[in-house]
Design a protein around this ligand. Sequence first.
Ligand SMILES: Nc1ncnc2c1ncn2[C@@H]1O[C@H](COP(=O)(O)OP(=O)(O)OP(=O)(O)O)[C@@H](O)[C@H]1O
Ligand SMILES: [Mg+2]
Length: 408
Amino acid sequence: MLGSTYVRVIRIPRTRVVDNVRRGAHPCNNLADISDADAPDSGATAIARTVIMNVPVSTTRLDRSGIRSSVLVDDHHDDIITAEGLVKRYRSGKTDMLALDGLDLTVPAGTVLGLLGPNGAGKTTTVRILATLLRPDAGRAIVAGLDVVRDAQELRSVIGLAGQYAAVDENLTGRENLYLFGRLYQLSKSDSRRRADELLEQFSLADAADRVVKTYSGGMRRRLDLASAMTGRPRLLFLDEPTTGLDPRSRLDLWDAIRNRVLDGTTILLTTQYLEEADALAHSIAVVDHGRIIARGTADELKAQIGGERIEVVVRRRHDILAAVDVLTRNGDGDHAIDSHTRKITVAARGGAARLAQVLRDLDEVGIAIDDIGLRRPTLDDVFLTLTGHAAEKPADSDDEEVERRSA
Ligand SMILES: Nc1ncnc2c1ncn2[C@@H]1O[C@H](COP(=O)(O)OP(=O)(O)OP(=O)(O)O)[C@@H](O)[C@H]1O
Ligand SMILES: [Mg+2]
């Protein structure tokens, strides 16, 4: 009991929901499942039937009878996305581009997966296939229990997509845009208006709601785009580079908006080129390069996988770089990276502090002046460099550092 409100929890196994959907029934059509789990109650059942499609974990108040029911889809240990051997080839004229080359991917429900990769790695292609906008040439993908090719139509009602480029109408106001999406999602006029109000509030756009989008800043447009993707209360949200081109403040705001969706139980697959973004938001990261997943794990696991700390040296004179590289590779445990622009050389080194002292002595011995030296934990940039053989692409607006890599 919670005050005067009776709280009921209905637990529906994810596998049962999937079975129901595969049989062509409503996800929780098998009412016996619900009544078996709890005392039969048509009010609770009705709630289950209405909310389950969109919200995996939801609490709804039933005003008339004073019963508050929680519907819990027991899916937190199941994968909401399973893709196997996805292949996609783009043909234009005589050129043939292999964008996906046997990509495998799983995403547990209720988590955020960061799909990280350089330009042209195949991130958008993956998202478009999983969101039913593109057919794979080979392989298959099951999303929320539905096949992305065979059940595309049905799948569209449970997913939301914010593409790489904001898809909002410049000539409509923020409110009108969201109303339009509500109607497209087949909400009634009044529900569409209500949903628009909710989303404007959630995404801090209420003050600008009645201005045409033309007058919005880039950050406001991205937020509106994300709000549009949420109109149908999707259980699964695809965000293709959600913060590219945003200033740091707008990026943090958007991160908050994304985190709030996760608290609501939404599963999110986001692509990004910002390594710190994957680090900050994702439970798990999949690194994609040349159309394949080349590494998978948490940020910490990926960093551990490439081993040890990094010794970083900034030499005073550019012409000392090669001699310093010599010293560092002698003391290091693997590949090194040179950033000739900032005269910085980095090398992996296990047993950090002792190695650092040795490097310092060796540099001194050969007369190389340094501006800075230090020991640091590996970043995802290091992960990238080690796994792909090239640095992660820098966003267009960042410093254009030249980073090259040589084998030790
Ligand atoms: N419609 C298309 N026609 C021909 N080639 C395409 C098409 N779309 C993508 N490609 C190619 O397929 C490859 C993968 O593209 P994709 O857009 O999936 O990469 P991405 O990882 O999203 O890159 P970015 O970080 O630049 O967005 C690239 O080499 C790209 O040039
Ligand atoms: Mg892309």
